[in-house]
Design a protein around this ligand. Structure first.
Ligand SMILES: Nc1ncnc2c1ncn2[C@@H]1O[C@H](COP(=O)(O)OP(=O)(O)OP(=O)(O)O)[C@@H](O)[C@H]1O
Ligand SMILES: [Mg+2]
Length: 547
């Protein structure tokens, strides 16, 4: 029999084509060339994709990151110590995905979705990709709904909107985590769900956070993703992406999620370690060149979706730890420039008793203003101006009575405003009540009270308002700031202030013993609000109404 070369060529050709059409099983399996520090180099995975999941023995999962001409560099999740040279690696053909779902609420999970809290397995059916392309401009809409933290200093002056990215930045032990936890507690009855990603913290700390949230009745609103300090770098690297994927599950169903990444400094450390082991070239501070892109890709996933896409939102609260307040280090500057604003915490303020220790002068929120309820916007405007005047003059406070009366008044007011913004942790305040307190402070109702008694005054005032005029608070929280509402509030506070009693006279001098009682019993009409600021505003308003 004669064989025609033509035929052979066509047979070979069809075989080769067949190979291309997905039957090339041989190239789908590779072998481990070397393994160390949770990183493996694998030979033979020719069609492997970046971020593809790989199957290794002993239930170890690999993630292909470096695609080189003769090998693939992969990071390993699971008991990677058991992997040895020569082990077989199989491609799975799909990119890394994470189990997601409501069932995870109230649980502590690993970045791969495995329960870590000993409360049993989590049954989920859905998975979402760990890396997901952030929605573009057309798919978004402006941020207009508030994400209330329950912290007076934040909600009044650094308001956060749903879909925003607001950085919490500061040295160690300045109350960064406390802000995040208070925000969760404040929203225990709202429609928000939280994903708290703990990166590189001790497991005991994470369990402590879960306990705090459980005590406050807020645990079932949170998924805690934990990549603790003793985990290998790849798990820490993966954690925020897993958290984002878990938040996106709610986001793309039209829900509202908040993802807290605590903290991205440790995430960057893990990525640097991994990259150096993968032999990627180091850049500034030995970080790989794409560490900026790494964080921007993550934070870009925070979004307020357009109504056509369900109108869901995901807010991101990344946390960054600075060294001695140095915001110009590589990672802090990166994340500052990626986010829509930052809450800046300072050890100096923390140690001087300002809690939360927020430096309101350099903290900003670039988009949240539109999301503020209008009463808060109104009272906060004045608060900001008076606080900044106070800060300008603060250095002169030591000269005390040598100062002119105006300066003394500004200083006295400022000291009371600072006190007003102080708040214990785990005691978030509803926004309506925040407005009441800030209003009382900026309208001078505290000026004749000792700075040390401001707290007592405000607590009493809050109780009074709640018991006597709940409806007023609800109206304010609903955005009503009509003249009628303001008048009602002013009267209520004035009566309360009279009942509370004064420590100082109208010039700010201490009252003699017994004198304060006389003033307390004076009728509100002659006493007015008891201080110049309130009266002048009443006049202003009267003038405004007449015009
Ligand atoms: N508003 C507050 N009032 C009183 N104490 C507070 C307040 N905020 C934080 N603290 C206390 O300050 C300490 C540090 O808080 P936190 O752990 O939140 O700081 P951190 O910046 O997250 O610290 P780390 O750098 O260790 O992560 C804690 O002991 C906490 O209880
Ligand atoms: Mg912390």
């Amino acid at each position: 029999m004669q064989i025609k070369p033509d035929e052979i060529t066509s047979i070979l050709k069809s075989r080769i084509e067949g190979l291309d059409q997905g039957q090339a099983e041989l190239t789908e399996v590779g072998t481990v060339l070397s393994v160390a520090d949770g990183i493996a180099r694998i030979h033979g995975l020719e069609n492997c994709m970046s971020f593809e999941m790989l199957e290794l023995p002993h239930d170890v999962t690999g993630l292909a990151l470096n695609l080189e001409s003769d090998n693939v560099g992969a990071v390993l999740f699971g008991p990677w110590e058991k992997i040895v040279e020569g082990d077989t690696v199989k491609r799975t053909g799909h990119l890394l995905d994470i189990p997601v779902g409501e069932q995870m609420l109230g649980r502590i999970v690993s970045p791969l979705g495995i329960a870590l809290d000993g409360k049993g397995d989590i049954e989920v059916t859905e998975r979402r990709p760990a890396e997901f392309k952030a929605p573009g401009v057309v798919q978004r809409q402006p941020v207009t709904e508030p994400m209330q933290t329950g912290l007076k200093a934040v909600d009044s002056m650094i308001p956060i909107g749903r879909g925003q990215r607001e950085l919490i930045i500061g040295d160690r032990q300045t109350g960064k985590t406390a802000i995040a936890i208070d925000t969760i507690i404040n929203n225990k009855d709202s429609d928000l769900v939280f994903v708290y990603v703990a990166i590189g913290q001790r497991m005991a700390t994470v369990v402590g956070i879960a306990e705090t949230l459980a005590e406050a009745g807020a645990l079932d609103k949170v998924i805690i993703v934990a990549a603790s300090a003793d985990e290998a770098a790849p798990i820490k690297f993966l954690a925020p992406y897993a958290g984002a994927a878990m938040g996106e599950y709610f986001l793309y169903k039209g829900g509202h999620a908040v993802a807290i990444y605590d903290d991205l400094t440790k995430h960057a450390f893990a990525y640097r370690q991994m990259s150096l082991l993968l032999r990627r070239p180091p850049g500034r501070e030995a970080y790989p060149g794409d560490v900026f892109y790494l964080h921007s890709r993550l934070l870009e996933r925070a979004v307020k979706l357009s109504d056509a896409l369900g109108g869901g939102s995901m807010t991101a609260l990344p946390v960054i730890e600075t060294q001695a307040g140095d915001v110009s280090a590589y990672i802090p500057t990166n994340v500052i420039s990626i986010t829509d604003g930052q809450i800046f915490l300072e050890p100096k303020l923390f140690n001087s008793g300002v809690r939360p220790a927020i430096n309101v002068g350099i903290s900003v929120s670039r988009v949240g203003g539109n999301a503020q309820i209008s009463p808060m916007k109104k009272v906060a405007g004045r608060l900001k101006i008076e606080l900044s005047q106070y800060r300008d003059l603060e250095a002169f406070a030591q000269f005390g009575s040598d100062l002119d009366p105006d300066t003394q008044r500004t200083l006295a007011r400022g000291a009371r405003l600072v006190k007003t913004l102080n708040q214990n942790e785990r005691e978030p305040l509803a926004v309506g009540l925040q407005v009441v307190q800030v209003y009382a402070a900026t309208n001078g109702f505290l000026d004749r009270i000792d700075v040390d008694r401001v707290d007592e005054f405000l607590v009493g005032l809050t109780q009074r308002v709640q018991s006597e005029d709940r409806a007023l608070v609800d109206k304010i929280a609903g955005g009503d700031w009509s003249d009628e509402t303001q008048d009602g509030l002013k009267k209520l506070i004035a009566t309360y202030a009279d009942d509370f009693g004064y420590d100082l006279d109208e010039e700010g001098q201490p009252l003699a013993e017994g004198e304060s009682d006389r003033i307390v019993s004076r009728p509100a009409a002659t006493n007015g609000a008891g201080e110049p600021g309130a009266e002048s505003e009443a006049q202003e308003e009267a003038a405004g109404a007449a015009a």
